[in-house]
Design a protein around this ligand. Structure first.
Ligand code: GLC
Length: 725
C-alpha cells in the first residue's frame, strides 16, 4: 500500500506535461529569480543558458538563495506562475555555519569532538532554515591526502574511520531525526561522490584513477556512513572514476550507489558537471551529455541546460525512456513532501524570528568553543601560555585581519569577525600594552611595514607572528604547488629571529603547510586554520592559557611537498626503511628528505603532560564472538588540567592483500586534572578487522595483528594478538 504522500506525488506526475517534469530537474542560481523577490517578473540571464522563462517558472529548485523575506517573495511569485503550484526547493552551501561561522571542517576534524561537530551543524541548520534554506550542500566527506588540493579545508582529513564518524555527526546535526516536523533542520547533501579528494597532483578537477578496492577501502566509507545516517541527497563529483566522469558514471551511480547501497534519494550534479561531460571527452554534445547523466541517474542538473534543451527530444526519439524522468521527478517531489513544502511552501522562513535566532550569542559561544578545540599546538618550547602582564608585539598580515572565516562562508560576514588583536586586548592586564604592526602583507611587503614592526618587536618581551594564507589560497580551485608560507612572511620570521626574543607563530591557513622556515625558527606554533567568527577570542583563550590546546591533526603535515601524498595509513612496501635486513641504499626512501611527515596524523601538544603506562590486552586471542579489551593507564603529570585524545590503531600483519601499517579504529577524549590518572578502555571486535579482499568481498582473516595505543599515529605502545576463526 503506497503511502498517501507517495500517491499524491504520483498524482502530480500524472498531471505534469513532459516539459514540466523536465523543468523539475533544473536547478538555477539566484540571478534567474532576480526581480521575483519583489514579486515582479523573473528576468535573469536566461539567454546565457538558452532556456525559456517558462522553464524558469517550472524549475524545481534554486541554488544559493537565503534570507527569509527574499525566499518568501520568490516562492510566492513562483507559486503564482506554476500551473500545478509545485513549490521550489531552496538549496545552498551551508558548509561550516550560516551567519555564525564555525571553523572550517578540517579544523573541526582536528577537534576529534563529534558532539561539537554535530552541534555546529545543528546551529547552522537552524540559522539557515529560519532564513528560508531547505537543503544544504554539506557535509563534504572527501578523503584527502594531498595538501596541494585547495579543498582539503572542507574535509575532516585522511582517515576513513574518523571521516565516517564526522559524516554521521554532521548528518545528525543538519537533519535531526524528523525533517517533516522539525523545521529547524535542513536536508543534507553529502559530497562529492566520489573520491574527489584524490585528484592527481592535488590539482582541482583533475583525474582520479584507482582500483575499485582502494576506492572501497579508503574513499567510499564516509559517503556510505552519511547515507546510513539518513542523508537525503548526494552530489556528483567533477572528476572521473575509472575513466568515467562521476556525473555520467553508470557503474558508480546506478550499480553501486543505487542498487548496491539502495540509495533512492536525489542525486544532483555539481555545478555544470553535466555539460562538462563534453570537455571530459565523454559526450559529443549537450544532447549526449544529457543522455549520459540521466542514464547514470542524475536527478538534477545544476546550472547548465542539457536536460532543459535535449531531454524532451531524447524521450520523443525513444532514446530515453520517460520512466527515467518520472523517477527523478518523484525523488524531487518526495523530498519537497518530506520537508512539508506542499503544506507550507515557506516552511520555517520567518523574517521576525530570523532576527532573534541568526547570529545569537549562544551560537557564537559554541563557535568559540569549537574553535578552541580545533586549534592544534604544533610546538611549544616554554613560551606558551603568555602572561597578561607581558609586553607583546603582535605582528603579521593576520594580526588585524578579519579573513578568519575561510572558504565556503558566503552567508557570514567578515565584519562580524573577532580579530586576533581584539581577542588579545581583552586578555591583557590594564597596564600591559599590545604593540601591533602588520610587518608585511600576505604576499607583498614594504620597508615601512618592517620598520614599524621592528620597532614594536624591539620594545616587546615576546613576539607573536600572525601568519598564513588568505582564504582564497585554498578552497575550490585553490590548489598550490608550493605549500610553504609566502616568501615575504618567511622573511618576516627571519628578521624577527635576529632580535633574539621568544617567537610565537599563529597560523591561519586552509591546508597542512610545508613549515620550512617556520618550524625550527619559532619557539611555539599554534595552528588555528580558519577558526571562524570567534577566531580572535578562541586563539587568545589558548595563547593565554584560559583554554588548554587539545586539537590533534587529522591530516599529516609533510616534511616538504616532495613527500606528497604522505599519510599515516600507508602500506609498508617490500623495502621499508629500518627493516632488519635493510640495505643502506636500496630501500624505499628519498636521498634528500625523510619518509616521515614533519608532523603525523593524530599529533597535537597540550599545556598538560600526559603519560601512558600499563598498556595491555584482556586476551591475546580474538574471535568472531569474543572481542578483546585494550586498556592503558593515562596520567596527567603536568600542572594544568587538560584533554587528551587517546588513539587506538590496528595493523593486520599479513593479509590477502597488503594492509596499512596502521589503521585508526577508535579514540577516547579524556580530561584529567594535574596528577590524576585514568584507565582508558577500548573494546576491539572482529568486525573492526574486516577489509576488502582482491575479490572485493569484505571480511576478516585469521592471523596475527598488532594493536597500538597512544597520543598520535607515531608515538604508540604496541601489543600483539591473534584472530582465531
Ligand atoms: C561548487 C562546488 C560544490 C558546491 C556547488 C554549488 O562548484 O564544487 O561543492 O556545492 O558548486 O555551489
Amino acid at each position: 500500500m503506497e503511502s498517501n504522500a507517495n500517491t499524491l506525488m504520483h498524482d502530480y506526475i500524472e498531471k505534469m506535461t513532459l516539459d514540466e517534469k523536465i523543468a523539475q530537474l533544473i536547478q538555477l542560481a539566484v540571478p534567474f529569480f532576480e526581480g521575483a523577490e519583489g514579486g515582479g517578473l523573473i528576468t535573469g540571464p536566461m539567454a546565457s543558458l538558452g532556456i525559456t522563462e517558462q522553464t524558469v517558472r517550472n524549475s524545481g529548485s534554486v541554488l544559493g538563495m537565503a534570507g527569509a523575506q527574499e525566499v518568501i517573495n520568490v516562492q510566492r511569485t513562483h507559486l503564482e506562475n506554476n500551473r500545478l503550484g509545485i513549490p521550489l526547493l531552496m538549496m545552498a552551501d551551508i558548509v561550516h555555519g550560516f551567519k555564525t561561522i564555525f571553523p572550517v571542517p578540517l579544523a573541526i576534524g582536528c577537534s576529534w569532538n563529534l558532539e561539537l561537530a554535530e552541534r555546529s551543524a545543528e546551529i547552522a541548520a537552524k540559522e539557515a532554515s529560519v532564513s528560508g534554506v531547505h537543503v544544504t550542500f554539506a557535509p563534504m566527506v572527501d578523503l584527502v591526502r594531498d595538501p596541494r588540493w585547495g579543498r582539503v579545508m572542507e574535509s575532516t582529513g585522511e582517515d576513513p574511520y574518523l571521516n565516517s564518524e564526522f559524516a554521521r555527526a554532521f548528518i545528525r546535526g543538519f537533519q535531526g531525526t524528523d525533517l517533516t516536523s522539525d523545521k529547524d533542520r535542513v536536508a543534507a547533501c553529502v559530497k562529492h561522490f566520489a573520491a574527489y579528494g584524490a585528484a592527481e597532483g592535488g590539482r582541482d578537477y583533475n583525474t582520479v584513477d584507482m582500483s575499485e578496492r582502494q576506492l572501497r577501502e579508503f574513499y567510499l566509507p564516509a559517503y556510505k556512513a552519511a547515507l546510513d545516517e539518513g542523508c537525503e541527497m548526494v552530489m556528483t563529483s567533477f572528476n572521473t572514476v575509472d575513466g568515467m566522469p562521476a556525473t555520467g558514471n553508470v557503474p558508480l551511480m546506478r550499480k553501486l550507489l543505487r542498487e548496491e547501497w539502495g540509495f533512492d534519494g536525489i542525486l544532483i550534479s555539481d555545478w555544470g558537471a553535466v555539460k562538462e561531460l563534453i570537455a571530459h571527452g565523454y559526450a559529443a554534445d549537450e544532447s549526449e551529455a544529457a543522455y549520459r547523466a540521466i542514464q547514470a541517474g542524475v536527478d538534477i542538473e545544476m546550472m547548465t541546460s542539457c536536460y532543459a534543451k535535449h531531454l524532451s527530444e531524447l524521450v520523443e526519439k525513444k532514446e530515453v525512456d520517460e520512466s527515467l524522468i518520472d523517477e527523478a521527478v518523484l525523488r524531487i517531489l518526495t523530498l519537497k513532501q518530506k520537508l512539508g513544502l506542499f503544506e507550507n511552501p515557506y516552511r520555517a522562513a520567518d523574517p521576525e524570528r530570523e532576527q532573534e535566532v541568526v547570529f545569537c550569542e549562544a551560537h557564537r559561544e559554541v563557535s568559540r568553543e569549537l574553535a578552541v578545540k580545533s586549534c592544534v599546538l604544533l610546538k611549544n618550547e616554554g613560551v606558551l601560555p603568555l602572561q597578561p602582564q607581558q609586553k607583546i608585539a603582535l605582528i603579521g598580515p593576520f594580526a588585524q585581519s578579519s579573513d578568519l572565516l575561510g572558504p565556503w562562508s558566503w552567508t557570514g560576514s567578515k565584519d562580524d569577525v573577532v580579530k586576533l588583536t581584539d581577542g588579545i586586548k581583552r586578555k591583557l592586564s590594564q597596564s600591559a600594552e599590545l604593540l601591533v604592526a602588520d610587518g608585511c602583507g600576505i604576499e607583498e611587503a614594504t620597508e615601512e611595514q618592517w620598520k614599524e614592526a621592528e620597532a614594536a618587536a624591539q620594545a616587546a618581551d615576546v613576539i607573536v607572528l600572525a601568519l598564513g594564507e588568505h582564504s582564497d589560497m585554498s578552497g575550490e580551485a585553490g590548489s598550490r604547488a608550493n605549500i610553504q608560507l609566502p616568501e615575504v612572511q618567511l622573511e618576516l620570521i627571519r628578521k624577527a629571529k635576529l632580535l633574539q626574543k621568544p617567537i610565537v607563530v599563529v597560523l591561519f591557513n586552509g591546508r597542512p603547510l610545508d613549515l620550512h622556515g617556520v618550524y625550527h625558527e619559532a619557539d611555539a606554533i599554534l595552528e588555528a586554520w580558519f577558526p571562524g567568527t570567534e577566531g580572535g577570542n578562541a586563539v587568545a583563550d589558548l595563547l593565554f592559557g584560559d583554554a588548554n590546546p587539545s586539537g590533534r591533526l587529522t591530516m599529516s603535515f609533510p616534511f616538504s611537498v616532495g613527500q606528497v601524498p604522505v599519510y599515516y595509513n600507508a602500506f609498508n612496501t617490500g623495502r621499508p626503511q629500518g627493516a632488519e635486513d635493510a640495505q643502506v641504499r636500496y630501500v624505499s626512501q628519498y636521498l634528500d628528505i625523510p619518509n616521515e611527515p614533519l608532523l603525523p596524523f593524530g599529533f597535537g601538544l597540550s599545556y598538560s603532560k600526559f603519560d601512558y603506562s600499563d598498556a595491555k590486552l584482556s586476551s591475546d586471542l580474538i574471535t568472531v564472538d569474543q572481542p578483546i579489551k585494550v586498556t592503558v593507564k593515562l596520567t596527567n603529570t603536568g600542572t594544568v588540567a587538560g584533554e587528551e585524545t587517546v588513539q587506538l590503531y590496528v595493523r593486520d600483519i599479513s593479509g590477502e592483500v597488503v594492509r596499512p601499517v596502521k589503521e585508526l579504529k577508535d579514540f577516547k577524549k579524556v580530561t584529567l586534572q594535574p596528577g590524576e590518572s585514568s584507565e582508558v578502555e577500548f573494546v576491539l571486535s572482529e568486525e573492526q578487522l574486516r577489509y576488502y579482499h582482491a575479490d572485493l568481498k569484505h571480511h576478516s582473516d585469521a592471523g596475527a595483528f598488532s594493536a597500538f595505543v597512544g597520543p598520535n599515529s607515531q608515538q604508540t605502545t604496541q601489543l600483539s594478538f591473534k584472530l582465531v576463526k
